[in-house]
Design a protein around this ligand. Sequence first.
Ligand SMILES: CC(C)(COP(=O)(O)OP(=O)(O)OC[C@H]1O[C@@H](n2cnc3c(N)ncnc32)[C@H](O)[C@@H]1OP(=O)(O)O)[C@@H](O)C(=O)NCCC(=O)NCCS
Length: 165
Amino acid sequence: MIPSYANFGGKIHGGILLSLMDKVAYAAASKHAGTYCVTVSVDGVNFLQPVEVGELVSLLASVNYVGRTSLLVGIKVVAEDVRTGLVKHTNTSYFTMVAKDDVGKPTTVPGLSLERPEDTRRFLEAIKRREFNAQFNREFNNARTDLAIEDSLHLLEAERCRISY
Ligand SMILES: CC(C)(COP(=O)(O)OP(=O)(O)OC[C@H]1O[C@@H](n2cnc3c(N)ncnc32)[C@H](O)[C@@H]1OP(=O)(O)O)[C@@H](O)C(=O)NCCC(=O)NCCS
């Protein structure tokens, strides 16, 4: 990680790591699909520890799941202090990618060969992730639609905000 990747606090910008992750997700997805791919959504971007200038960042990626045209790529990011050999896990995120054909339409991807028990666990976890996300999106959209502002104002009493209109 070179100095120009740092923010004003001297740590590496989250955006630099996200950009690297997006590229790695693309590489893993397009290699499996044999086509161009696009990023559709990203899950689980929580930066657990800062990355320092000078650390060696490695991104470990695998295609965990395939649907018909989509692929879920899991990416683990680790940063190593090369002087001490200390390796820290900074985040694990999941990129949903979609394979595109030559005219830009989603296209079917090859099935996934599960070669180790670990692969099966990841595939099954991805199914759960998909189910939970769909359920969350449904419930959150309903909650948003049903949100009655006037009836909910008491929730703001414990919050650090002040209505000033
Ligand atoms: C992603 C995109 C191809 C979906 O197009 P669509 O016409 O809605 O296609 P479909 O409904 O057939 O969805 C295609 C696949 O994407 C999945 N998908 C669509 N939206 C999704 C989302 N928000 N999260 C996860 N998966 C999603 C679908 O489940 C489907 O997967 P499957 O074929 O494995 O079952 C389209 O929205 C797109 O091109 N978006 C822009 C992507 C892009 O440019 N990214 C770069 C960053 S700007």
